[in-house]
Every structure is written in C-alpha cells, then in structure tokens.
Design a protein around this ligand. Structure first.
Ligand code: DON
Length: 582
C-alpha cells in the first residue's frame, strides 16, 4: 500500500515537473519527455553503485544529516557492500559544495607513495617494467587515504558524530547483508585471483572455498572490528594502534614497503577546484593530482567553438569533434599532469580559452588526424604561480561528488590479515618508466614519475555544474582512463542537449585517449554512424571490449531541477546501482 502511495506520489511529482517545465519556456535545462526516467524526490538523494550503501546514506539524511554526513556514511558502507571499489584501503577525491557559503572544497585523499618508493621501483634487472610487481604485489599499494579523507570531511563539513554516520557500515559488516547478485557474480568471476591470498579467500568466500550465492547472508567480522576502531578513535584508529600494526605486519611478511611512519605521515590536502565556463554554465571539478578536472574544462573550451546542438547528438560530426578534442587532451595529459606538490602542473595554461582555440584550429573537420601526428603542446602559454563514484544532495542544496578506488577491481586482491580489508594497487597509476603505458594504456613522463610521498596521477573526475549561480548537477564515474571522457559526455548531454540525468546517463558513449589510436564505441551507436566515422579515418573499435568492458564507465548523478526537484540517475551499465531518495 505504502509502495503504491509512493509510486503515485512520484508520478504526480513527475507530472508536476513536466508541466512546469513546459511552462518555463526560458528554462531549457532539462527535458522530461524522454523514455529515460530519473528518480525524483524533494528532500535528499544518494546515488551510488550499490543498494545498501545508497540506503545507508539515505538513513543519515532522514535522520537530519547533511550531504556530507550522508556521503561519509555511504563511503564507509561501500567499503562493506561493494569491495570491488568501495574501500578503506584505497583513496580518492571528494568535492563538497556548501550552499550556505556558495563554496566548493576539493578534498584530495589520494594514496601517497611510501617513503621507500623511488623512480625505478618497478623496473627489473634489465630496466623493463615488472607489471606483476607494479599491479599485484604488496609494493603496488600506496598509503591509503580514504579513512583520513572521510573522517576529515565529516569533522569539517558534517554535522553528526562519526559514530552515528559509521553505524550503518558497522551494522552491515557485523550482522551481514544478503549478498546482492552483482557482488555474488563478481566474486565468482574473480575467484581465481582473489583466492591466491589466504586472507582475501577467507574474507570473501565460504569456509569451504565456495563463492556465496546471491541472497546468502555475508558477514565480515574482522572488517567490523576495524570499522569499530575507526568509529571509536577517528582516523587514529586506522593509521595507529592495532589496525596499523596488522597493516605493517602484512607488509613485512610479504615484501611490502609501507611502514608505521608512512601510515602516520599520511595527509589529506584541500585544494582549489578547477573551474571553467561553458555556454553559460559553470563547471567545477577536481584539480591535480586528478587529471579529470583540467581535461574536462580543456575539452569543453575546445568544444564550445562548435555548435554541437546543431550537429545533433551522437551524430558522426559531433562524435568526430569529440574524438579529435580527446586526442589533444590526452596528449597533454601525458606530459603536463602529475602531483602538484611535486610538479608544477600548468593548470591555468591548459584550461585557457585561447589555448583551446589553437587546438580547435588544428582539428580537420573532415578527417581523423592520426595520433602519431598529435603531440603534447611543446610549450604552453605563461603560467602564473597563483594556481565507485557517488553523489549526494541534501534538502538545503549542499552537494557531494565523491570518487574513490582501489585502482583495479578488488585492488591488488591482497587483504590485511586480521583487519578485514583489501589493499589498493594505486602505485600502477604512476609512470613506472617514461613511454611505457600503465594498465589503462596511459602514457606518462617526468610529471608522474614515482617519488617518495608523491600521489599518483588519477583520472577520477568528480564534477559539479552550476547554472545562474545555482547548483545544478553532481556527477562522476569509474572507468580508469575513460572516466574523463565519460564524465565529459554526460555533462554535455545535460548542457547542450537538455537531457534529464537518466537520459544523459543512458546515451551511448565513445572514448579516445590519443594512444592507442583507437576510437572505442559503445553498443547503441548506429551502424551508419560507425560507417561514417570509419570513412573519416577513425580506427573504430566496435564494442569497446579491448578496454576490458563492453561499456564505458558507470556514472552516478543528481540534477537539481530549476523547481528544486532532485532528479537522480544510477547508471544501468553496471548492475546494482541505486538512487535512494525521500
Ligand atoms: O585513479 C585512477 O585514475 C584509476 N586508479 C581509476 C581506476 C578505475 O577507475 C577502475 N575502475 N573502473
């Protein structure tokens, strides 16, 4: 009955939004007459990759918490229910928008290289990159930042005590939860790799080694104890004390290099967000060590010079311009992006509108330019020195866009024995050697070389959009190197094509990253479009499969419609995602 009542309320609000949108002739932001329907609500919303984690955030919103309280609850809950990427052993970025102060804070809790790390860490005796060590050993782990990031965000911008916002995560770990199909399927597919580590095998598989079936109750008592230590003592409960002891024991027993001193020295950085403008919208995104914000703004600057709407959504002409723009951005990424604490990243030069028009003038509108003929800019204009994603919006218009990760699915697959959590393999995001691509095929150089204490370059791109000074959208995605282009297309769908977030999310995407010189095209683009793109000289890879997936990214977005209705879209590309709202 309650269910029916909620459905009818939602339908009513939907009609209300639809009719008021029709009436507001000069509010062409969002179209409602599409087959893609967002989740609608008024009071608050959490959109994440996993049902229980979205519900954990919603529980906190309903209890009167703000967007930051709910985001921290969701962040810790994902570490329990979505171990593929949700984590306390990894790191990430959280963008916070405080409506009352009209201020965005970019919180960098990316992993740091341990003190014993050095430039040639992953080279073998012949000077070649040892990929097994860079990706699957204990040396692949960077010093985790998630616990410090989430606790600090809560302390500074939340309203509730840590104990309260961590309660849902602890409950899920202690009492367990019915294993969702998505996790059961994933653990079953990854068992060969995950069972090579004794602790991981004991945490994620039954005592007889069998994977859990969907619907079976899955408990994580060691993880619950670790979460309790954090809940009681804050970040110290993770970076010091018995959890840190277990962490360092695991490292010592397995040739890892993270020490007590590394854990104690971990710092979160609050950075100035990168911002840009695009056809009257303001775009605010994560700065370095994310490459995402810089390149989203750079690409928007290039694209602003063409009438994309006139070309038509996902037409060959539109996709051609997108692709060529992407190639120039990823070429610059390989040379100019790294940890700004170690390398002077030319953010304002790369996001300069006149630099963008110089790129635009090089684009041949009829033919694809081979990547070999595109290089990073030899010099940039003068640079001054003043320089699983989830989204949450609360009833006051505060927003959080958070992307965090273990790097690979389940990180390096190794767990801290006795403490119940997986380790990241984020050290592979550094350039192990100039000119040698990392796991995502990304090239890099000096700016992203390994150094003690440095943060590896990331593509994670949490983004906010604003229109007429008001918050409009929070979004972001997983997907390694494809994150930047996935986020770009999602926000273009809203800004240029007036799509609601569900339509913006569901539309087929493309990806190009300069090298390899291949245009990855999702299923859903027409065969005619592919044919035209091929005739223009693009090396079309028809199903994006060689990036390890048939689909690109998985965005979790919320749009605040002009009438204040929250519109959420959980990406259908990966199973289990959920918009929780009230
Ligand atoms: O920070 C980065 O760019 C990568 N470590 C992200 C990895 C990722 O998105 C994997 N998920 N699909």
């Amino acid at each position: 009955m309650n269910y029916l009542r909620s459905i009818s309320l939602i339908l009513l609000s939907f009609l209300f939004v639809f009719s008021s949108a029709q009436a507001q002739q000069n509010t062409p932001l969002i179209t409602y007459n599409t087959q893609h329907h967002p989740t609608l609500a008024r009071n608050g919303m959490v959109v994440s990759q996993e049902y229980f984690a979205s519900e954990a955030g919603l529980e906190i919103l309903r209890a009167g918490g703000n967007a930051i309280d709910a985001a921290v609850a969701t962040g810790f809950a994902l570490a329990v229910t979505h171990p593929q990427a949700g984590n306390i052993g990894g790191g990430g970025f959280m963008m916070v928008y405080l409506k009352g102060e009209d201020r965005t804070i970019a919180i960098d809790y990316r992993e740091m290289a341990p003190k014993a790390a050095h430039r040639d860490l992953f080279l073998d005796s012949k000077g070649d990159v040892d990929n097994a060590r860079a990706r699957f050993s204990y040396q692949s782990t960077g010093v985790p930042g998630t616990v410090m990031g989430l606790t600090q965000a809560l302390e500074k911008y939340g309203t509730m005590p840590l104990e309260k916002v961590m309660a849902p995560a602890i409950r899920l770990a202690e009492n367990g939860f019915e294993m969702p199909w998505a996790l059961a399927d994933s653990l079953s597919r990854f068992q060969q790799r995950l069972k090579t580590d004794k602790a991981t095998a004991s945490y994620y598989y039954k005592p007889d080694g069998e994977p859990y079936a969907a619907g079976e109750v899955f408990r994580q008592p060691d993880l619950a104890k670790t979460l309790q230590a954090i809940s009681a003592e804050g970040a110290k409960g993770f970076y010091e004390g018995w959890v840190a002891d277990k962490f360092v024991e695991t490292m010592k027993a397995n040739n890892g290099i993270i020490t007590h001193d590394d854990l104690k020295s971990y710092v979160v950085r609050e950075r100035d967000a990168v911002s840009g403008t695009y056809r009257g919208f303001k775009v605010v995104a994560m700065p370095p060590p994310s490459s995402g914000g810089v390149h989203v703004v750079q690409m928007l600057n290039v694209l602003e010079g063409w009438d994309l709407k006139e070309l038509g959504h996902n037409s060959a002409g539109y996709l051609h311009r997108l692709t060529e723009t992407m190639k120039y951005a990823y070429a610059d990424r390989s040379k100019y992006l790294g940890d700004p604490d170690y390398f002077d990243v030319p953010v304002s030069a790369l996001t300069d509108k006149s630099y963008a028009s110089s790129i635009r003038s090089k684009v041949n509108l009829e033919k694809a330019t081979p990547s070999t003929e595109i290089a990073p800019a030899p010099a940039l204009p003068y640079e001054s020195n003043d320089t699983t994603h989830f989204s949450v919006v609360d009833k006051d218009g505060n927003m959080v866009a958070n992307t965090y990760t273990l790097n690979f699915t389940y990180g390096n697959g190794k767990s801290v024995a006795g403490a119940g959590f997986l380790l990241n393999n984020e050290m592979d995001d550094f350039s192990a050697k100039v000119g040698v691509a990392n796991a995502f095929g990304l090239l890099g150089g000096e700016a992203n070389a390994i150094e003690a204490g440095k943060r590896p370059l990331s593509s994670m791109t949490p983004v906010f959009l604003f229109k007429d000074g008001e918050p409009l959208m929070a979004t972001g995605s997983p997907g390694g190197s494809t994150i930047i282009t996935v986020v770009l297309q999602t926000i273009l769908n809203v800004m240029d094509f007036d799509m609601n977030p569900a339509a913006a999310t569901s539309s087929p995407r493309i990806h190009h990253q300069w090298f390899p010189d291949r245009l990855f095209v999702e299923p859903g683009h027409s065969i005619d479009t592919r044919r035209v793109l091929k005739a223009m000289g693009h090396n079309v890879n028809d199903d994006a499969a060689s990036l390890g997936d048939r689909v690109l990214g998985s965005t979790q977005s919320i749009v605040i419609a002009p009438n204040g209705i929250l519109m959420g879209a959980a990406d259908p590309r990966r199973p289990g995602s959920h918009a929780a709202a009230f």
